[in-house]
Design a protein around this ligand. Structure first.
Ligand SMILES: [Zn+2]
Ligand SMILES: [Zn+2]
Length: 431
């Protein structure tokens, strides 16, 4: 029998609205008991691993619902093995991967391949998001029923928007049958051609092609209208504009079934960073002006934004080294997410721990409909023990990801995962 007793930590579990110092016993891969009964059960059996969590935060295992694992097809950027290792190092016990691989995940075989590779990697749990459309071409719906049968937890053509409103309408309607969410990359591509960065003063000064906020706002509004019309479940990925936050806020007030996520880079950085011409500040949607950053943070504070997700997007060095207008969009994020949440949201007082962890545990679990994100007795023992005081320096050369395209190299952050337990097994520990 495999038992772990986590002692003396401050347990913060938003799913149970719990915030207190408690002991937790893990037995046979499940959360078995709290406090005195945890101690008693542990004492009754000599074979117990005790983890002293004094001064630490004990959270349900963190979940990142927006990760590009690149395998199959682009193993030079990331593999399922290296991506899940990066997830563990970032404190994540579960991730959901998006299907814009080569080939895209639009068949049962594709879903099964990813799940098989994840099982072989044996790092964190991997949930598969499958394509909305065949081959991500935006023409006809993928075989959603079969994909759900194979284990797909949601649908997205991320990397691209679902351009056709008719296809998006049918996707939302069809997904109602399975109670799955459609995850939207909101972009009107006619408005973003040749765009490299946020369409603002900095783009003008640097002479770089702009990506206007309207390109996102218009699509967000369209998708909300379609969700409202169908009753379908919509999730807005990587929200980056004040306008989108507002649209989601008003939609929620009307009872539309819409949820939304923001990435750490969008609540941390502005388009001013591009003055360095460093392609590690190039992503889609782009870094915006301060007003939009504030809008995103306001959305996180008032609950309009449900989730913090990294949009971890690895690209091999030689691709990112190209000149700015040729370099691909996207940055890695799994290993810096938690540190940025603590340093940029919790320490400045925007969010308390309970609210921040809610957006990284139970909220993404509910949107994906997965049985995760809780430390309730009987739940899978996925636990992240966080050192809220730890100060550490991001070192791009020594991350677990196969790629190093982070804009945060050299940053000093506070807060990191110290011990990560997946299914009752310690999978990661800071030495
Ligand atoms: Zn996207
Ligand atoms: Zn993405």
């Amino acid at each position: 029998m495999n038992k772990i007793l986590i002692r003396g930590g401050r347990v913060i579990d938003p799913s149970q609205k719990m915030d207190r110092v408690a002991g937790i016993l893990i037995e046979d891969g499940k959360i078995a008991a709290y406090d005195a009964s945890a101690d008693a059960s542990a004492a009754a059996d000599g074979d117990v691993t005790v983890i002293d969590a004094t001064g630490k935060i004990v959270s349900p295992g963190l979940i990142d619902m927006h990760v590009h694992l690149r395998e199959p097809g682009r193993e030079e950027d990331e593999t399922i093995k290296t991506g899940t290792a990066a997830a563990l190092a970032g404190g994540f016990t579960s991730i959901a991967c998006v299907p814009n691989t080569e080939p895209p995940i639009d068949t049962q075989g594709g879903v099964e391949f990813v799940r098989g590779q994840a099982a072989r990697a044996d790092n964190c749990n991997v949930f598969v998001i499958a394509c909305v459309s065949h081959n991500r071409e935006g023409k006809e719906l993928a075989e959603m029923g079969q994909l759900v049968e194979a284990g797909a937890v949601a649908f997205s053509d991320d990397g691209s928007p679902v351009t056709s409103p008719e296809l998006m309408r049918r996707a939302l309607e069809y997904c109602l049958m399975f109670d799955k969410a459609v995850l939207s990359h909101a972009e009107i591509v006619e408005l973003t051609q040749q765009g490299v960065m946020h369409d603002g003063l900095t783009a003008l000064i640097l002479g770089l092609g702009g990506i206007p906020p309207a390109a996102e706002d218009v699509m967000t509004t369209r998708d909300i209208a379609l969700a409202e019309a169908t009753g379908g479940r919509l999730h807005m990925m990587h929200v980056s504009t004040g306008g989108s936050v507002d649209a989601v806020r008003r939609a929620k007030q009307r009872g539309v079934r819409v949820t939304a996520e923001v990435t750490p880079h969008h609540f941390t950085l502005t388009d001013e960073s591009l003055r360095s011409f460093d392609s590690n500040f190039k992503m889609n949607p782009p870094l915006r002006g301060q007003g939009h950053v504030t809008g995103c943070i306001d959305g996180l504070i008032d609950g309009t934004i449900d989730v913090i997700a990294s949009d971890h997007a690895p690209h091999a060095k030689e691709k990112k080294m190209q000149e700015l207008d040729r370099a691909p969009f996207g940055i890695i994020g799994l290993e810096t997410s938690l540190g940025l949440v603590v340093s940029q949201l919790i320490l400045p007082g925007h969010l308390d721990w309970m609210t921040a962890l809610e957006k990284m545990t139970i909220n993404p679990a509910r949107i994906l409909g997965i049985d995760k994100g809780t430390l309730a007795v009987g739940a899978d023992a996925d636990v992240t023990i966080i050192d809220p005081q730890a100060r550490w320096k991001v070192d791009a050369a020594h991350l677990h990801s196969r790629s190093s395209n982070t804009p945060f190299d050299g940053w000093e952050l506070q807060g990191r995962a110290e011990t990560v337990i997946v299914g009752g097994r310690v999978k990661y520990r800071v030495e």
